[in-house]
Design a protein around this ligand. Structure first.
Ligand SMILES: C[S@@+](CC[C@H](N)C(=O)[O-])C[C@H]1O[C@@H](n2cnc3c(N)ncnc32)[C@H](O)[C@@H]1O
Length: 210
């Protein structure tokens, strides 16, 4: 059964360009004095590279050993640095309270059932300073098949959470947030922007309440 680790082992780097809006949001972070950013589920490092190049102090973690190895290799080739850990988002994050000025997580937090996702969000709040920024993206459940290339045969395991029975991500949970639900679970944050991006993902840009 695939896991993200086997996907990266088999395919290597397959996200190369940064999220289309990342540079714009990073400019906003910079204008508000952000220095240290956590990339939750950093994968093979496309945003670690971008944000490090922009002069931020960058940390990342991911559960995939292969992804982290590829990210470290990429950073080294570019002469950049970031602190990367192998870690699962449903466990307490390995950082002190209020360690970060901003946190990004691109297509990651939905890979769990809701109880674990809520724990991840509580950890996001814990490690961010008051008025710290988030930029979070998650997939949108469209008409089946979700991926037009293949029928994922989604099996529902709870309200909003499905496990594909076939395809590249078979066996990996996907929680599909509605806009209302995404705002509700991030109610510790003021919403700056909520929108569907040019890759058809739901995006939330927010700032932690005091
Ligand atoms: C769609 S990829 C996105 C990677 C990266 N954020 C990017 O935009 O390039 C999903 C990532 O989530 C990571 N991931 C999945 N479940 C995780 C978990 N429980 N804890 C930490 N990372 C996880 C995977 O290893 C993978 O790197």
């Amino acid at each position: 059964m695939p896991s993200w680790d086997t996907i990266f082992k088999d395919q290597g780097y397959f996200f190369l360009d940064p999220h289309p809006d990342m540079a714009r949001h990073a400019d906003l972070f910079k204008n508000h004095g952000v220095k240290r950013i956590l990339d939750l589920g950093c994968g093979t490092g496309r945003h670690l590279v971008l944000l490090s190049k922009m002069g931020f102090e960058v940390d990342g973690f991911d559960s995939s050993h292969h992804a982290i190895t590829l990210a470290q290799k990429w950073l080294k080739e570019e002469g950049l640095t970031a602190t990367i850990s192998e870690h699962m988002m449903e466990r307490s994050f390995p950082y002190e309270d209020m360690s970060f000025d901003a946190l990004i997580s691109i297509q990651v937090i939905h890979h769990n059932q809701l109880k674990d996702i809520l724990f991840t969000i509580s950890e996001i709040e814990r490690v961010l300073r008051p008025r710290g920024f988030i930029f979070i993206t998650v997939p949108v459940l469209g008409p089946k098949p979700v991926n037009p290339e293949e029928d994922w045969q989604l099996h529902q395991v709870e309200d909003g959470t499905y496990i594909p029975q076939s395809g590249a991500e078979s066996g990996i949970p996907h929680h599909y947030f509605t806009e209302t639900e995404l705002c509700d679970v991030f109610n510790g944050f003021e919403r700056l922007e909520i929108y569907i991006d040019s890759t058809d993902h739901r995006c939330l840009l927010g700032v932690k309440r005091e």
